[in-house]
Ligand binder design. Structure first.
Ligand code: NDP
Ligand code: DXP
Ligand code: MN
Length: 397
């Protein structure tokens, strides 16, 4: 593989830092040309930028810009350079502008539907999109599909979807009977709805098998992550949601499976380590040697599978209903959840209020848009309404 240029969005986060780890261990394969972050840690962003020698850095929060610029100058000085020569883009649209700049691959590792603009910009530029930011696909589904300039322009980084993409190389679309989406079950697997009521943010932030950013970790605990992933799989692989089965697999070693029409099921298995799907996202369709450990077959192991308790964890059912309801319901599903997660992490609401609020907001949404007629304005208006309505309901809970 010749060297690929990469832009990393969300470079200071869990996905971003693991991507940098993969890239710095494979300097012959990748050159990073741009980085972006929200602005919570401008010093970390500056150090990444200078050590990777990027051309441009984007920061969403304008208040973080002065600290970023002075940290870039400091880091360049410490590296023995008089000037860093790095362009700095600032503001809410900075990541979108960066995503449209020339590169072979854009990795979208931003959290939340704020990643939609960058996803659309990378696709419009004709760049390969290594997609961790599932929210942008969920909320923008038909818009993202319309922005594709070629098939396979999106390479999934989400572990389950990477697993499916790998297994799908074994057959044609017509040969697929169903997708089996695995879920760890989160930290509260086995609890009843009543037992979920008192759980705290600290408990919910302890994922049993993965170390990730706070939002996706809470989404794993509520199973909203699996709801988002069900919609993501439906959109990525053009498989009806009725043909996607969610199964709880607490070990997180089988990352998902594809069942074919002849009764064959192909699984992708590896110890939980995001560097594997990140590396594949950046280098697809090629594999990079030794990015992560393989399964150890010399020790006794047990892989278990169990059905999802949909009474205690209704989020996957809500996701199915959202897809069936209208083209803007998935955006409402995600936006209400983002508000709920924020309120829960701030200690303002209880754990059950998150998904209960998503259910109510979905139910109240008057979405008429069809996939064919959907516009960006429809999506943004639906999101704005859902955030306001969710906040109103959350204030009362
Ligand atoms: N972590 C994981 O293992 C996995 C994550 N994913 C998905 O990947 C995405 C990222 O998750 P994760 O890395 O865990 O999240 P983190 O919270 O760890 O990181 C999020 C990153 O996005 C940046 N960011 C936030 N807002 C903006 C913005 N407006 N513009 C540019 N950058 C911004 C943050 O910067 P700052 O901190 O400065 O705000 C940070 O660098 C999510 O969609 C998640 O669902 C999917 C599978 C696995
Ligand atoms: C690593 C990854 O892809 C996460 O999205 C993961 O899926 C979270 O685990 P669960 O949602 O299955 O608990
Ligand atoms: Mn996942």
């Amino acid at each position: 593989m010749s060297q690929r240029t990469a832009i990393l969005l969300g470079s200071t986060g869990s996905i971003g830092t693991q991507a940098i780890d993969v890239i710095t261990r494979n300097p012959d394969r990748f050159a990073v040309v741009g980085l972006s972050a929200g602005g919570a840690d401008p010093v970390a962003l500056a150090r990444q930028a200078v050590s990777l020698g990027v051309q441009v850095v984007a920061v969403a929060d304008p208040h973080a810009a002065p600290a970023l610029m002075s940290a870039i100058a400091d880091a360049a000085f410490a590296a023995g350079r008089t000037s860093a020569g790095i362009e700095v883009l600032v503001g809410p649209d900075a990541a979108t502008e960066l995503a449209g700049r020339p590169a072979d691959v854009v990795l979208n590792g931003i959290t939340g539907s704020v990643g939609l603009g960058p996803t659309l910009a990378a696709l419009a530029a004709g760049t390969t999109l290594a997609l961790a930011n599932k929210e942008s696909l969920v909320v923008g589904g038909p818009l993202v599909a319309a922005a594709l300039t070629r098939p396979d322009q999106i390479v999934p980084v989400d572990s389950e979807h990477s697993a499916m993409a790998q297994a799908l190389r074994s057959g044609t679309h017509a040969e697929v009977r169903r997708l089996i989406l695995t879920a760890s079950g989160g930290p509260f697997r086995g609890r009843s709805r009543d037992e979920l009521k008192p759980v705290t943010p600290d408990e919910a932030l302890h994922h049993p098998t993965w170390t990730m950013g706070p939002v996706v970790t809470i989404n794993s605990a509520t199973l909203m992550n699996k709801g988002l992933e069900l919609i993501e799989a439906h959109l990525l692989f053009d498989v009806p949601t009725d043909d996607i089965t969610v199964v709880v697999h607490p070990q997180s070693v089988v990352h998902s499976m594809v069942e074919f029409v002849d009764g064959s099921t192909l699984a992708q298995a590896s110890p939980p380590d995001m560097r594997l799907p990140i590396a594949l996202g950046l280098s697809w369709p090629e594999r990079i040697a030794d990015v992560a450990s393989a399964c150890d077959w010399t020790a006794a192991r047990e892989w278990t599978f169990e059905p999802l308790d949909e009474a205690a964890f209704p989020a996957v059912g809500l996701a199915r209903a959202a897809v069936a309801a209208s083209a803007t319901h998935p955006a409402v599903f995600n936006a209400a959840n983002e508000q709920g997660v924020r309120a829960f992490l701030a200690g303002r609401i209880g754990f059950l209020d998150i998904v209960d609020t998503v259910a109510r907001v979905l139910d109240e949404h008057d979405g008429a848009a069809t996939a064919a007629g959907l516009t960006l304005a429809d999506v943004l208006a639906a999101e704005e309404w859902a955030r306001a309505r969710a906040d109103e309901l959350l204030r009362r809970s």
